[in-house]
Ligand binder design. Structure first.
Ligand SMILES: CC(=O)SCCNC(=O)CCNC(=O)[C@H](O)C(C)(C)COP(=O)(O)OP(=O)(O)OC[C@H]1O[C@@H](n2cnc3c(N)ncnc32)[C@H](O)[C@@H]1OP(=O)(O)O
Ligand SMILES: N[C@@H](CCO)C(=O)O
Length: 310
């Protein structure tokens, strides 16, 4: 939450220069509060696991969050029961006349297909177009980030020679960005991908910046300058055991897979992994919810916001 101070207090400028969120009394006086409406487009195969991971993170805030789960109507899920989808999910058709404060578009294990080969691609394109006018900020994860960068900005994804698999050190590429407030200069994030988006491709796109990268794992966070579209290539939401589960799965299938990097104590897969990214994940999602959703979204959705971050 912001620090509320008198408009003319000298400390205000010092803190603002340090990227600390300070709010004028005049702005604070006018701020109204209501629950935030967040839509989660869950494209992951095991939807219950991903729901739990994401709700855990967006629940870690003093703000009330009303989450609505969405699945693609044009895809029949193999790994999540129809019963679960029927009970807890809506489709785009059910929500397209509404407006949302935030939306999360998850990853999906389809990254080795061309986008156009994904059977719900047309529906996803329609949803991504809709977010531009109907959602205050959209947070895209992993394949969802690749899909968003490709659809909105024509950024290609490229196959990697080796899967990027493990927990990698990441750093800040653009200082004083509200999404990165309070981040350590170096922080760890799980990555688990066969494909990548490249810095040089993103640098060519006017209005899109790279906010965080990893020497080994490449671009981590890219975003439109106004933060309306945020693209995150890693899986900060993963549970401590998720990479182990993926590793054991691939080993059991006889696939060639390296031990996930920087994950097991002494890189020994017989030992239990320890998470080193939970604090980062919580800060990333609470910064997004606070600065790009709550502080930016209009009190009456559809009307212009009174406030702006910058
Ligand atoms: C790059 C990223 O975004 S990483 C995020 C993705 N990570 C994960 O999904 C990790 C967990 N997933 C898994 O471990 C595996 O996908 C499993 C174990 C659940 C299933 O693996 P498999 O049996 O080998 O693959 P399966 O045939 O079920 O296909 C996986 C998914 O891709 C989907 N898929 C495959 N081809 C297509 C296609 N052309 N269009 C759309 N979806 C497709 C399948 O339908 C399935 O998703 P669903 O359960 O939502 O229907
Ligand atoms: N994280 C995914 C990558 C595949 O898209 C997995 O290992 O299943």
């Amino acid at each position: 939450m912001p620090i509320k101070v008198p408009d003319s207090l000298p400390a205000k400028e010092v803190l603002a220069a340090e990227n600390i969120f300070v709010m004028d009394e005049s702005v604070a006086y006018h701020q109204d509060i209501r629950p935030l409406r967040i839509a989660i487009l869950n494209l992951m195969p095991e939807k219950e696991t991903t729901e739990t991971q994401l709700l855990r993170l967006i629940g870690n805030t003093p703000l009330q969050v009303e989450a609505v789960l969405i699945h693609p109507r044009t895809h029949t899920s193999k790994n999540t029961s129809a019963d679960h989808l029927e009970s807890f999910y809506k489709t785009f058709d059910d929500i397209k006349d509404d407006m949302y404060d935030g939306m999360i578009i998850t990853g999906a294990p389809v990254e080795q297909l061309d986008f156009e080969e994904v059977n719900y691609w047309d529906e996803l394109k329609e949803i991504m177009d809709w977010t531009v006018d109907n959602v205050t900020s959209t947070f895209h994860i992993c394949w969802g980030a690749q899909a968003g960068l490709y659809h909105h900005f024509g950024v290609a994804k490229h196959p990697l020679r080796e899967k990027i698999f493990g927990v990698f050190p990441h750093g800040i590429s653009k200082p004083n960005v509200p999404l990165l407030r309070g981040f350590d200069e170096m922080f760890y994030v799980p990555q688990s991908r066969h494909t990548e988006v490249r810095r040089e491709d993103i640098e060519k796109i006017p209005g899109v910046d790279i906010w965080s990268e990893s020497e080994e794992a490449g671009v981590y966070i890219a975003a439109s300058e106004d933060g309306k579209q945020i693209f995150v290539t890693g899986h900060s939401e993963y549970d401590p055991q998720t990479l182990k589960w993926e590793y054991d799965r691939d080993q059991a299938k006889g696939l060639r897979i390296d031990v996930p990097k920087n994950y097991y104590p002494n890189n020994d897969p017989s030992k239990l992994p320890v998470s080193t990214w939970r604090a980062h994940a919580n800060l990333l999602f609470s910064n997004w919810l606070n600065y790009y959703v709550y502080q930016t979204t209009p009190y009456e959705l559809g009307k212009a916001s009174q406030f702006s971050l910058r």
